[in-house]
Design a protein around this ligand. Structure first.
Ligand code: 531
Length: 352
């Protein structure tokens, strides 16, 4: 876990990454001091990669009005400050670009996680088909071919801004029930045109986004895609589908697949437990012969190290555990009796 990882021209000092985690703390999509401290402290704590939270490629693509955005230059400038800090303290600066699709226009989780009507700061949502995410959720406006082209263009502009802001790792959010996932899942995509029906039809939008982004994302920087590797729904998207899609993503120039799951409906029964999504990272890594990240209830140093040591994934991403413990890599090094594997900032040396 403390070995470096080099993909293209990017080298991580270890296999530990901070998973993108929404903070819902932006005004007009702008990164602020909260994000600098929140993300910067985890670079100081020794993470090899720090991925900025889901960052909307256009305003209506936000999950909530308080989401991060990268649809204008001011937002990109605020994010550049964070990329610089992360890099200065030894972490690879990453960012996840996203479109929430039919799950957009929500309140913050600690304020109920419900749809926000236009009368309360919300907006109409878009998706593949007029199939609401759940009860008390609106029917999405189906994107037509022009609408799809506009969203692909927004992802491209977001990638260009992330490139110019100094990010070296770009993750396209293709998971958790958001727009791209809602196109490839048969649960939410009922289209009968080229973007629906067969597997090839449903994954078309994902591949168009990835191919367009790859054209502007520098060849020597990492392009990753997060997938929901299963819907946990009978008749939904499956692990085998994910291996098949991962093969196509590799052909399109993707460097790593980040293997999560769920999110397409609010009431799927998810067998969550320690490392419950690692088998997907393992299956995709072997089945598509592509580097993978494992994420999902990875909390213990021995557990995380086992995933890497046994070739189940190339990288572990920690989310909630990093909220509890910003300096997790420093503590994990000591727990695994490899104290010198993670550098202590000189300012803190006397404490260790
Ligand atoms: C947790 C989540 C994981 C898997 C399925 C659904 C939800 N996170 C995901 C976050 C938003 C907040 C909840 C994102 O992926 C943006």
């Amino acid at each position: 876990m403390f070995e470096p990882l080099t993909l293209k021209g990017v080298t991580l000092r270890n296999r530990i990454g901070v998973s993108p985690m929404c903070m819902y703390s932006c005004e007009d999509g702008m990164a602020n001091d909260w994000h600098l401290v929140h993300l910067g402290s985890r670079a100081v704590g020794g993470a090899g990669l720090v991925i900025v939270e889901a960052t909307a490629v256009e305003p209506r693509g936000r999950i909530t009005p308080w989401d991060m955005g990268i649809w204008n230059d001011a937002q990109a400038e605020a994010l550049a400050r964070i990329a610089r800090f992360l890099k200065a303290y030894g972490a690879v600066p990453g960012i996840q670009i996203a479109h929430a699709g039919r799950k957009a226009s929500s309140s913050r989780p600690w304020e109920g996680d419900r749809y926000l009507g236009e009368h309360e700061g919300g907006w109409p949502v878009v998706g593949p088909s007029p199939v609401p995410y759940g009860p008390n959720r609106p029917e999405p406006i189906p994107l037509d071919a022009d609408g799809i082209r506009e969203v692909v263009a927004a992802f491209v502009r977001a990638a260009e801004r992330a490139r110019d802001a100094g990010f070296e790792w770009l993750e396209v959010h293709g998971a958790h029930g958001y727009l791209i996932h809602s196109f490839y899942s048969p649960v939410s995509n009922r289209r009968t045109d080229a973007y629906g029906g067969s597997f090839a039809g449903r994954v078309r939008f994902a591949l168009e986004v990835v191919e367009a982004v790859r054209r502007v994302w520098p060849e020597d920087r990492v392009l990753a895609v997060r997938l929901s590797c299963t819907d946990w729904v009978d008749g939904g998207w499956t692990g085998e589908d994910s291996v098949a899609l991962a093969r196509r993503l590799k052909e399109a120039g993707v460097d790593l697949v980040d293997c999560s799951s769920g999110g397409i409906v609010p009431d799927a029964r998810v067998p969550a437990g320690a490392g419950y999504q690692v088998p997907f990272a393992e299956a995709v890594r072997r089945g598509a012969d592509i580097p993978t990240a494992a994420v999902g209830l990875i909390t213990d140093p021995m557990q995380a190290d086992e995933v890497i040591r046994n070739g189940r994934a190339d990288l572990v991403l920690l989310a909630r555990e990093f909220l509890r413990e910003p300096y997790w890599p420093l503590k994990a090094a000591r727990a695994l009796r490899k104290a010198d594997a993670v550098p202590v900032p000189p300012q803190y040396l006397r404490a260790y």
